[in-house]
Design a binder for this molecule. Structure first.
Ligand SMILES: [Zn+2]
Length: 207
């Protein structure tokens, strides 16, 4: 076994089926007319933007500038990807409005996960370029990975498989329901008025 595969097996053994390419098939192809201008029809985030209501796409939330998708190959329960609607691969390609919207969406998703899954902490990060681990370098996305005390113990290695306590479908259902509830004042970040997260907007972005 090569070193990379061994490392994956140690740190994230449930991802091995993804690495070996024998995981569940991707959802069916989409009508090209559904895509936003500039989208890549082969990009799973552009597909999620185009087909956000389809449970197979695992979209938790979409507004005028950002989209949130459950990671199909999670490093932990509740691993989310936060992306701009536009297929751009570098933070320098984002408008100031997109930067703001993405940071607000990121913050709201952290709140949502805190309320839904009660994690003890988070890893939040951006992989830029394949060398840094980006599986999809053409479409920028932030990873939000909830962490629990003790979640890096050696049980997964000894057991040979990670126990993810909730299925993706059940978690998708839970988070979709929660994100559509109106936040109470105490839960609100206090700044989102234009793109109200409780009312996902399906309009294309203004460019
Ligand atoms: Zn894309």
């Amino acid at each position: 076994m090569d070193e990379d595969k061994l490392r994956e097996l140690i740190w994230a053994p449930w991802r091995i089926s993804y690495i070996e390419g024998c995981d569940q098939p991707a959802p069916s192809p989409l009508n090209p007319e559904l895509f936003l201008p500039g989208a890549d029809p082969g990009c799973f985030l552009c597909q999620a933007v185009a087909d956000a209501q389809n449970p197979e796409r695992l979209v938790i939330f979409r507004d005028q500038l950002s989209v949130v998708v459950l990671n199909r190959y999670p490093y932990n329960n509740g691993h989310l990807l936060i992306a701009p609607l536009r297929h751009v691969g570098h933070p320098g390609d984002l408008s100031p409005e997109e930067h703001t919207a993405l940071m607000l969406t990121l913050t709201r998703m952290i709140r949502l996960l805190e309320q839904s899954l009660q994690p003890d902490g988070f890893n939040v990060g951006l992989n830029l370029g394949r060398v840094a681990g980006a599986g999809l370098p053409g479409h920028l996305h932030w990873h939000v990975v909830p962490r629990w005390n003790g979640d890096t113990n050696f049980m997964p290695v000894l057991a040979g498989a990670k126990v993810i306590p909730q299925s993706l479908a059940a978690l998708w259902q839970l988070l979709r329901e929660k994100v559509q509830q109106k936040p109470t004042p105490a839960q609100s970040t206090g700044a989102v008025t234009k793109n109200d997260i409780s009312q996902p907007n399906t309009n294309p972005p203004q460019e």
